[in-house]
Design a protein around this ligand. Structure first.
Ligand code: LLP
Length: 417
């Protein structure tokens, strides 16, 4: 990979040797390449240059303040799903006018906060949410600019747990009920209709489901306009996949072309909410081999990183490429790569070919920039791990590991004990 290259069989992040980083920062840690983030943002910008498009990075993919600041400086907006994410985005310098608020069950206090900041758009998921938003906005004497998230009932052809656009999924307003929802919105105080929103799933590896969904959305926009609604924004969500295992994926340009073909004639502002395709391949998880254990049938590489640090393989059977950081003169061997957590599911890969490794060697788990650190937990009383950002030949710790005291002191023992 371009931003995590090998030089003389040693892996680097840009121009910093991973082994050098590991001497400064205890493993396991996440390592991000700032140049990789910038390059993929610029790819999107170039792809959408001919369209009136606002890129709203999906903060849920990786909410580290250094990541958000990198994107803020490039002019990115943010797609957020909670007050916490709004605060993160604002504090990184992303202006409220570039924030769209998705979020499946927005709470009243969250709406209130977002309204006071003056965000660009609420993506409303249901009619009860609309009613509450109208009440809150009226009480505050504000106007909420809204789009309904429409569930277009298309199959995203991705993992069931990250597929969101089928009728049976909890997300959005069904296409067949969209008219009722928009008519109701038009009656309510404190609500300004401005757009339509759709997001059909994540890690899409083909363009066909996008074009099917966008085509349905385009005809809905035309119908809504005929019914007298003012629609000038189409938010097309995120979802473009990345190559986890060298798959062939549609380029950002091909994706932008589909958007132009299906929605271009409407003359709407296009909002895109990419997460994984901006961050996924910009980060790795660096871990050390604690033991190499020979079992009855296989060899285990037992790492100091576990499922609590990187959940995707356990939760989705996700494939992540696994590389020895130092490959000098080492043959490939099949290993089960596992973590230290007391669960069978704490497995990163089975019978995977990795260059022969021994205790103390460094291992890189690739494509961990999105949905890695953000999905971590403290299961097994394991501390959350450090995050590091590299730019050219510099690096900085962008999140440090807490101490055990800090972890323990979050709990409060009642006075009667
Ligand atoms: N917009 C909305 C409304 C979303 O729900 C999501 C992701 C995105 C944008 C960004 O999608 P992306 O471009 O990253 O595909 N934890 C899972 C992924 C969950 C995605 C949830 N929604 C994973 O690790 O694969």
């Amino acid at each position: 990979e371009k931003f995590f290259p090998y030089q003389n069989d040693h892996m680097f992040a840009e121009q910093v040797a991973i082994s050098e980083l590991a001497q400064q920062v205890a493993t396991p840690f996440y390592c991000y390449s700032q140049s990789a983030i910038e390059a993929s943002y610029l790819d999107y910008q170039t792809a959408f240059a001919q369209q009136d498009a606002l890129i709203c990075y999906a903060v849920k993919a990786n909410g580290n303040q250094a990541v958000l600041t990198t994107l803020a400086k490039l002019g990115s907006g943010a797609d957020v799903v909670s007050v916490g994410e709004i605060k993160r985005a604002l504090s990184a310098g992303i202006p409220a006018e570039k924030i769209v608020y998705s979020g499946v069950a927005k709470a009243e206090h969250e709406m209130e906060f977002a309204l006071k900041q003056g965000i660009f758009q609420f993506n409303v998921e249901s009619e009860p949410e609309l009613e509450l938003l109208s009440q809150v906005a009226s009480r505050l004497n504000k106007e909420a600019a809204i789009a309904f998230r429409i569930n277009p009932d298309v199959c995203a052809q991705t993992h069931a747990k990250i597929s969101t656009g089928k009728a049976e999924n909890k997300f959005g307003v069904p296409l067949s009920k969209a008219h009722i929802a928009y008519n109701r919105a038009a009656e309510l105080p404190g609500i300004k209709i401005q757009g339509v929103d759709v997001h059909i799933g994540s890690q899409l590896t083909q363009l066909a489901p996008f074009s099917e969904a966008f085509t349905r959305i385009a005809s809905l926009v035309e119908q809504l306009r005929q019914a007298g609604h003012n629609i000038n924004v189409v938010d097309i969500g995120g979802g473009l996949g990345i190559d986890y295992q060298g798959e062939d994926l549609p380029s950002k340009q091909a994706y932008a072309d589909i958007v132009e073909q299906t929605l271009g004639h409407l003359d709407c502002k296009i909002v895109i909410e990419p997460g994984r395709s901006l961050l996924g391949n910009a980060g790795i998880l660096v871990s050390s081999v604690v033991y190499v254990k020979t079992g009855e049938e296989r060899q285990f590489l037992m790492l100091d990183a576990g499922m609590n640090d990187l959940l995707r393989p356990s939760l989705y059977d996700a494939y992540h490429d696994i590389q020895a950081v130092n490959r000098v003169d080492k043959p490939l061997k099949p290993y089960d790569v596992v973590g230290p957590v007391c669960e069978t599911g704490d497995t990163f890969a089975k019978t995977r070919q990795v260059h022969q490794s021994k205790s103390g060697d460094l291992i890189a788990i690739m494509s961990c920039g999105a949905y890695g650190a953000v999905m971590a937990s403290n299961y097994n009383a394991r501390l959350s791990i450090a995050e590091v950002m590299v730019k050219d030949d510099n690096f900085a710790v962008i999140k440090k590991r807490p101490s055990y005291e800090e972890m323990i002191n979050q709990d409060i023992v009642p006075s009667w004990l």
